[in-house]
Structures are given as C-alpha cells and as structure tokens.
Ligand binder design. Structure first.
Ligand SMILES: Cc1ncc(COP(=O)(O)O)c(C=O)c1O
Length: 434
C-alpha cells in the first residue's frame, strides 16, 4: 500500500502562513494531523489531498456532509438556481418552500428565521429568550460547544479535571484571549446530565434566567447521550419557571433523524438551531421555534438581520439536501452502518487489549482511550488519554481513514459497507501496533 506523505500540503501551509493568520481560516483546522492539510477533491465518502492521498472521510467537514461530498442532486440544484441570481436582498419563493419544509418536519418549528451559521443563530435564540422573558442570563453546560462568540467561549477548555472547580459552581476557563470579561457573567454553568443540580440551581436563580441551552446529545465532547429523563426534566423545569428551552441541533439536526433530536427523544424545545447537515456544506442555518417565542422577531421587537442571509445557492443547497434525505430516507442505513462500525471498533480494541471507549448513536459517535466504562459528562472527558488518541487518529490517517482529531466520527448517506469494513480492518492493525 502507498505510504502517505504530506510534503505538498506542508509547503502549501508554509505559503499560506504568509497570508492567512496561522495559515488557516478556522482555528480547528490548525490542529489537523500532521498539520493543516490541503484538499483537492471530495466525492461521496472519499476525499483526496494535494499529495494524492485518498481517505474514507468520517469527518465529513465537521459534520455538514450528510449526503457525502459533491452530491450531484445538490450541485445541480445550486447551479440551476444560481443562474437566476445570487442574492436579491429581498424574498424569493424557494425560501418559503424551505421554511415550509422545516415547518412540516420539525415539531417545534412554528416560525423560522434563516442565518448563515450555527454561532449567529444561537445568539439570535438567546436574544429572543431575553426579550420574551425580560431576564438576562442563560444556563449552559460544561463542554457543550455553542459556537465561538464571546459568551460561548467559556467552559469548554479546562486544562485538567482539577481545574474544574466544584460541580455546583464550575470554574469558567476562557477559550480565547480578548473576551469581554462581562461575557463570563452572562450565563450560569453546570455539569451536564445532573438534573437535580439543574433543578436546585434554577430554583435559586430563575428570576434571572431567560433560557437553558443544551445540545440534545453532547456531540462535541465524547458524544454523550442524555441520561434517562434528563431532557424531559429540563423541559419540565423550563415550563415551571417560564424559561426558554433551547436545543442546539447544529449537529443533531438532520443527522439523528429527519426531524432532529427533538423528535428522536420526543422532547420539544421552545427554540432550536439547525445548521451543519441542513445545507451540505453551504452557509445556511435556521432558528426555529414556537410562535409564542418567535413572535418577538415577528413584531420587530427583536432584530435579526444579515446581508447574506438566504442567498440563492444556500437555499437551493438546503432545499435539495432535505429533498434527497426525504426521498432516500437513509437514516436506518446510517444507524446500521454506524452501529456496525462502533461494534467493529470495540472488537478490534478488545482483541488488541486497548482501552478504547466507543460511544454514541450510530450516525455520529466518539472514540477515546480511557479505563472508564462510560463517559457521562465533560468532567469525565478530561480523563481521556489525549496523547494516545492523537496517535490513533494519526495512524488511521496515515492509512486512509480520516476522522475528527478529537475522536468524533460521522456517517453519511454515501458511506458503503465496504467503507465500514475497511475502517475496521485499519483500526485492527493500528490498535495492535499501538
Ligand atoms: C453543537 C454546535 N453548536 C454550534 C456550533 C457553531 O456552529 P458554526 O460553526 O456553524 O458557527 C457548532 C460547530 O461546530 C456545534 O457543533
């Protein structure tokens, strides 16, 4: 088999570093193995870099490519619709069609606004919750990633478990310099999956609380599922105190089901955010919610704007992605392939006597090295052996399997059983050699 080398990427990175700060356009890309890689082409479940290395892609560009790379239906639709124009700074019919689709599919989607990305849609949701309740703060959970903007740039980067502070009042570590210090006071922070702690904290602070925001599955750190009754418990607490329940479905939307995690877990939030898989890699996201909450936008009391919102190509991308998903209904297959892969990885780890913990849902799951039998919250994730994971991810990469550096795997509708079997075969070899 061809030995993977990265010399062309390395020299492009050098050139790139002279013009792009750090050589990249998003901080996460800097941390790729063995350094930021330059890609030339993606098709289906495969991606090729400039050194001619071919990968089975389980990173799917951090999640968006639910149909795999370069889906022909989506590309044709975008080309066709972009010939009419790119951006009208006005309304167009496909925008209504897309909104109607979301309204039909997503249980809580009574009214919708489109944005460009997850981060800005999440901030819009918070603004709605503050306006409606007249309260200022929100409650969020350690390790949940809700974008990179100021008030979300805390509580996701503790250096070590000891630095986390008490569970009832966790330390807030900044992920970046340059944050306004006041932004650390916009929210209360708690460990996830601890309903009695949430209940206690809300009972003491509800007069200040506009919203509770959570990923329905803690995808970004350990792919942790909600404990039994946790999401339902949040729903009840929010109802009791008149607080908005916000689901960040940026990852789970169109991935765990066509109607999101809210349908999968049968817990309906007041507001939710859909992004990544909705647009097959084009910049479009949606804030959807109950009319009772979204009316503050409808009435113009809350401002949501954006020059680039709902450009023709992005709407066409989302509309055709969802149409393909509706037609193909790939979910059963994605779960089956994902479960087969998770099972194969567990077996490979057991055979190699490696403490690889595999957990998640199927369409997305996480691999990390730990002696824990289950990772239940962010505090547990800090016990993962990150060096060992780095070696695993690197060795998989050198053998043509691309996964996200923090151990996350995504399955797309374009993955085939052969891709799964190949990934298991490579993992067997890598784990034995480690
Ligand atoms: C759960 C979650 N929420 C929000 C975001 C932010 O979305 P975006 O990168 O589109 O701003 C991300 C991005 O990875 C995410 O995973």
């Amino acid at each position: 088999m061809k030995k993977y080398t990265y010399s062309k990427s390395a020299s492009l990175l050098e050139r790139s570093q002279k013009v792009l700060a750090g050589g990249v356009s998003s901080e996460f890309r800097k941390k790729s193995y063995p350094h930021a890689i330059f890609y030339e082409q993606g098709k289906g479940s495969r991606i090729w870099d400039v050194d001619g290395n071919e990968y089975i892609d389980f990173s799917l560009s951090q999640g968006p490519l639910i149909l795999g790379h370069s889906n022909t239906n989506v590309l044709n639709h975008i080309n066709e619709y972009s010939r009419n124009g790119q951006l009208f700074a006005g309304q167009h019919i496909k925008e209504i069609e897309l909104a109607e689709k979301l309204q039909n599919l997503i249980p809580s989607a009574e009214l919708i606004r489109f944005c460009l990305d997850g981060s800005s849609a999440i901030q819009t949701a918070l603004r709605v919750a503050r306006a409606k309740t007249g309260r200022q703060k929100f409650l969020r959970f350690e390790g949940h990633y809700h974008g990179w903007l100021d008030n979300m740039c805390w509580g996701i980067s503790a250096p070590a478990p000891e630095a986390l502070g008490p569970r009832e009042n966790p330390s807030r570590h900044p992920w970046s310099e340059g944050l306004p210090l006041e932004s650390r006071n916009e929210f209360l922070l708690l460990p996830w999956n601890d309903l009695s702690l949430v209940r206690h904290t809300v009972a003491q602070n509800y007069e200040k609380l506009a919203a509770i925001i959570t990923e329905p599955v803690m995808c970004n750190n350990g792919c942790i599922l909600p404990g039994d009754g946790f999401l339902q418990g949040l729903r009840e607490i929010c109802d009791e105190y008149g607080i908005a329940l916000i689901f960040d479905e940026v990852i789970t939307g169109f991935r765990v089901s066509l109607s999101g995690a809210q349908q999968y877990f049968d817990v309906i939030p007041d507001l939710s955010i859909f992004a990544k898989a909705m647009g097959s890699g084009y910049p479009i996201s949606a804030l959807v919610g109950r009319r009772k909450w979204m009316e503050v936008i409808e009435e113009g009391r809350v401002i949501h704007a954006g020059t680039m919102n709902t450009s023709n190509p992005t709407v066409a991308a989302a509309l055709s992605t969802i149409e393909v998903l509706e037609r193909q209904l790939p979910y059963e297959r994605m779960y089956q392939l994902g479960n087969q892969l998770m099972h194969g990885l567990k077996e490979a780890a057991a055979d190699a006597n490696q403490n690889l913990l595999v957990q998640g849902l199927g369409p997305m799951f996480h691999t990390g090295f730990t002696d824990l039998e289950e990772v239940k919250d962010y505090r547990d994730t800090l016990k993962y052996d990150r060096n060992k994971l780095g070696k695993f991810v690197g060795a998989m990469h050198d053998n043509g399997i691309r996964i996200i550096g923090r151990g996350l795997w995504y399955i797309s509708a374009s993955h085939k059983e052969a891709d799964i079997l190949r990934a298991i075969e490579v993992a067997k070899k890598v784990l034995l050699e480690m």
